[in-house]
Design a protein around this ligand. Structure first.
Ligand SMILES: C[S@@+](CC[C@H](N)C(=O)[O-])C[C@H]1O[C@@H](n2cnc3c(N)ncnc32)[C@H](O)[C@@H]1O
Length: 403
């Protein structure tokens, strides 16, 4: 494989922004990929994959390359040299890249791979927390979280069917497969930029991880219902709810960030979803007015996102230990306030994209033991394991309010 200088330099520029300026990897890539209009799909793919790989294996590669933060440019090139050597790619003889004998890189790799925190490239605190929470299963989950996520689309059934979507994508040379047990999912066989396709512009699909596609269905909605999506964000699950409700009934999508709800409205327009109204939570009045009024409530709670490391490997370096307890406390508060929106006989789903029991089943157990929780009973819950499914880690609990 011949390495092109401008592509490698672009990857190093991106790593500089991610590692030294704490920018989010996906946002950085979106910008960096705009640098040169002449880059084709392969070039862009090379930059994105190289950057994601080096972000994913940052700790391991840094140990091998013997470099530390803040990462100078020569040190970022050293990380790149480790990446290339471990993939059997000849490191080019450029003045920016200080030679490291490949025997040394491979020897250090073998030695460090015996120790989990290096092999899986993870901060000490996160490794300790994961092992304490999940015991032996942590090994498997961690290994799965370090594999690249497949690209999964959710067919928008307001406009198409998964089968028709597959055919439309095939016409544009995008090969896909249907996924058993995920009725709306269409998975790409090869990574491609789907956002530039005509079918995307027409609103025939959204990119949504397969595990995430389980959440809206778990809420058991019907077209006649009033549904509140209390933490709607940019509306990944709101749009799915709209499709499941066949564009009927009413969905109230709330969030504390107006910007996210604006994006939701843009996506709803593209999807042809007309049964959604958005409400910014700028005072508690916004949700207090809804107490006892909804048939269904979704609390897709803010969480550590530990289940999504496959897609966002930089989370390993961005997440801080004190944030974990803060977010757990916030989830408990949201359960207290938003559960009151459910009317007697109604139902609610609490979901996270985390695999930590403290954010999931333990959170629900604590809620059920409170005065507010006493109005609810747990119908069922599901822990979605990245190791077992190959998709994101998720948790969902369906609770019903006593009539
Ligand atoms: C897991 S994300 C939601 C993702 C979204 N449901 C989707 O499917 O795309 C959690 C959301 O909760 C929002 N949030 C945080 N604190 C909140 C609060 N007190 N009330 C409502 N939403 C909140 C965040 O802004 C974020 O958009």
């Amino acid at each position: 494989m011949k390495l092109h200088r401008n592509l490698v330099f672009a990857a190093v520029d991106a790593l500089n922004l991610i590692f030294n300026e704490e920018k989010q990897a996906d946002k950085v890539l979106r910008e960096v990929l705009k640098f040169d209009k002449r880059w084709g799909a392969r070039d862009r793919g090379f930059i994105a994959e190289t950057v994601y790989d080096i972000v994913r294996w940052k700790r391991l590669y840094s140990e091998i390359a013997e470099v530390k933060a803040p990462y100078s440019r020569p040190n970022l090139f050293r990380l790149f040299a480790v990446w290339a050597t471990l993939r059997g790619i000849e490191v080019p003889d450029w003045k920016q890249i200080e030679p490291i004998p490949s025997r040394r890189i491979k020897g250090r790799f073998d030695e460090l791979s015996k120790i989990r925190k290096y092999r899986e490239s993870i901060p000490d605190w996160m490794d300790t927390m994961g092992e304490k929470a999940l015991g032996k299963q942590w090994d498997k989950e961690l290994a799965a979280l370090n594999t690249q996520a497949p690209v999964v689309l959710r067919a928008n059934t307001l406009k198409t069917t998964p089968k028709d979507l597959r055919n439309a994508l095939a016409d544009q040379d995008i090969d896909t497969k249907l996924v058993d047990a995920y009725p709306d999912a269409v998975e790409l066989l090869e990574r491609k930029n789907v956002f530039t396709s005509e079918v995307f512009k027409k609103g025939f699909f959204e990119v949504q991880d397969a595990s995430s596609q389980r959440v809206a269905r778990f809420l058991d909605v019907k077209p006649t219902m009033r549904v509140v999506d209390a933490c709607a964000g940019a509306g990944g699950k709101t749009l799915h709810l709209a499709a499941l409700m066949e564009n009927k009934g009413q969905i109230i999508a709330m969030d504390i960030y107006e910007g996210k709800l604006k994006e939701l409205k843009r996506r709803a327009k593209r999807a042809g979803a007309h049964n959604i109204e958005t409400r910014v939570i700028d005072t508690t009045k916004v949700f207090k007015k809804l107490y006892g009024k909804a048939d269904r409530v979704l609390i897709d709670a803010p969480c550590t996102g530990l289940g999504t490391i496959k897609r966002s490997p930089d989370l390993k370096w961005k997440l801080q230990p004190d944030f974990v307890q803060k977010v757990i406390d916030r989830q408990a508060e949201l359960l207290q306030s938003y559960s009151k929106i459910v009317k007697p006989g109604g139902k609610m789903v609490y979901a996270t994209c985390s695999i930590l029991p403290q954010e999931n089943q333990e959170q629900i157990k604590s809620f059920l033991a409170t005065e507010e929780g006493a109005h609810f009973s747990l119908e069922k819950d599901e822990k979605i394991s990245p190791a077992k499914t190959g998709y994101d880690g998720f948790y969902m609990a369906l609770l019903s309010r006593k009539a």
